[in-house]
Design a protein around this ligand. Structure first.
Ligand SMILES: Nc1nc2c(ncn2[C@@H]2O[C@H](COP(=O)(O)OP(=O)(O)OP(=O)(O)O)[C@@H](O)[C@H]2O)c(=O)[nH]1
Ligand SMILES: [Mg+2]
Length: 204
């Protein structure tokens, strides 16, 4: 996809701050430091629009990025960061739960998993939440450049097994470093937008 415009819109902590223009939203969930912000930057071909850091726990709010006046990426705070206080963790849980349970423009959640490691308990919990709320999801295994190509399929199998994922769940291999998976992921997002538009039209 050709990016003509990409801008940071808001760091939202409360639902009143979420954009009201009803453009489709794609949220990114995953552990702290897994590469969510880097993935957004790669998707929109901007070096550092979404703030990245080698220090985990940088993203603390829901950060909205608008692309081509057409859709939003919503960068979630990473979970599982040890130095975050218990209160912060609970606030985070509530914020995400409210969002997932009641966010009409949300079209899909991208569950971002480091291809090198088994999903954590929090990843598994997030996966179950998404299923529970019936939210379309795509598993994105990132940092693929960090292991040899010959091991990709073995790791993907292990990740799906740990998540107890549905065999039909889509998995996109990704690397923010090399750009692997960028075109495929754009196809997934754009076709999801078309599908939901058709459903809306059909039900009217
Ligand atoms: N080699 C490689 N490094 C990556 C990739 N994606 C992210 N990184 C690195 O991983 C670190 C964390 O990336 P971020 O994008 O900030 O991670 P995040 O998930 O947004 O982290 P939080 O905001 O703390 O939740 C940075 O040092 C990135 O350069 C990738 O695909 N390949
Ligand atoms: Mg981040």
């Amino acid at each position: 996809m050709k990016i003509t415009e990409a801008e940071f819109i808001i760091s939202a902590v409360r639902p009143e701050q979420y954009p009201e223009d009803a453009l489709p939203e794609f949220a990114l969930a995953g552990r702290s430091n897994v590469g969510k912000s880097s993935l957004i930057n790669r998707m929109i071909q901007r070096k550092n629009l979404a703030r990245t850091s080698s220090q985990p726990g940088k993203t603390q709010q829901l950060n909205y990025y608008r692309v081509n006046q057409k859709l939003y990426f919503v960068d979630f705070p990473g979970y599982g960061y040890a130095k975050v206080s218990k209160v912060q963790r609970e606030q985070f849980g509530q914020m995400i739960e409210t969002f997932l349970g009641d966010r009409e423009p949300l079209k899909m959640v991208l569950l971002i998993i480091d291809i090198r490691h088994a999903p954590s308990k929090d990843d598994c919990l997030m996966y179950k939440w998404l299923r529970h709320y019936n939210i379309p999801l795509t598993i994105v295994t990132t940092k693929a450049d960090k292991i040899p190509k010959s091991q990709w399929q073995k790791h993907i199998k292990m990740i799906k097994e740990t998540l107890e994922a549905d065999p039909h769940d889509r998995v996109v291999l990704f690397s923010s470093e090399t750009g692997l998976g960028r075109d495929e992921l754009w196809e997934v997002l754009l076709s999801q937008m078309e599908e939901t538009t058709e459903n809306t039209v059909a039900s009217e």
